[in-house]
Design a protein around this ligand. Sequence first.
Ligand SMILES: NC(=O)c1ccc[n+]([C@@H]2O[C@H](COP(=O)([O-])OP(=O)(O)OC[C@H]3O[C@@H](n4cnc5c(N)ncnc54)[C@H](OP(=O)(O)O)[C@@H]3O)[C@@H](O)[C@H]2O)c1
Length: 234
Amino acid sequence: MKIFITGTSSGIGYGLAKKYLEDGHEVFGVSRSESEELNKFEKFHFIPQDLTDFKYAEINISNMHKKNEVIDLVILNAGILNEIKDMSQTTVEELKKSMDVNVWGNKVALDAALNMAEVKQVVAISTKAAVRGNRGWNAYAISKSAFKMMISLYAQEYPHTHFCSLAPGLIDTNMQDYLTNLPDDERFPSIDRLKAAKGTDKMPSPEEAADMLSEAIEKVRNHESGSFVDVREM
Ligand SMILES: NC(=O)c1ccc[n+]([C@@H]2O[C@H](COP(=O)([O-])OP(=O)(O)OC[C@H]3O[C@@H](n4cnc5c(N)ncnc54)[C@H](OP(=O)(O)O)[C@@H]3O)[C@@H](O)[C@H]2O)c1
């Protein structure tokens, strides 16, 4: 398979890229920093690119792909978290920054792939935060909610491509390091659940989770294109 993943330098994107490469697939990756571990694989093609540099992201990602090739799977995974705090304390600039990476950066990457290639499946890495309104998740929740809607809209435009928003469950990444190291704060009870899961099998490492996630990515094809699916409810 040919697989294109945004955000391969760490976390879920790294874990999935490594798993697919170990299984012999060809992986195209993009993030700002690179992974020396992934670079060791002959079938790993990487460009260092900030997805929020929209113009160059589009040009450079298009150049990664050959015209009219088949891309079996696009995983829109790159994302950032905001500081956990109240909406009223969050600036418009902070909201825009999350939108730029989590929504528009992935849109530019997706458009570049769709314009160059025949894409069979698109998986947008989502989160329960896209559908819950838990206090403190402000820019992240808003951007992931918009991202989920964007995927539903693409699904209607590309009937031959399967789209889904996939919530991966809790995975022990940089994002969870930040969240689980926050001081206790009764305003944000949703963080307590993450702290309790850290270091247990409820929060596997990206490499431990990669098999489960790649199976989920296969199974989501049984759901209607454009759906939101949570791996914990499959
Ligand atoms: N971990 C969880 O429990 C969890 C749960 C639900 C959803 N998610 C979602 O999973 C996805 C991956 O997050 P993670 O937990 O694996 O965190 P992570 O380790 O911080 O990974 C984020 C990835 O996104 C890339 N990225 C960030 N900003 C970028 C930019 N401007 N341009 C290009 N690439 C950029 C990062 O690479 P560079 O910094 O090198 O650019 C990195 O490879 C996110 O969409 C997140 O919302 C995670």
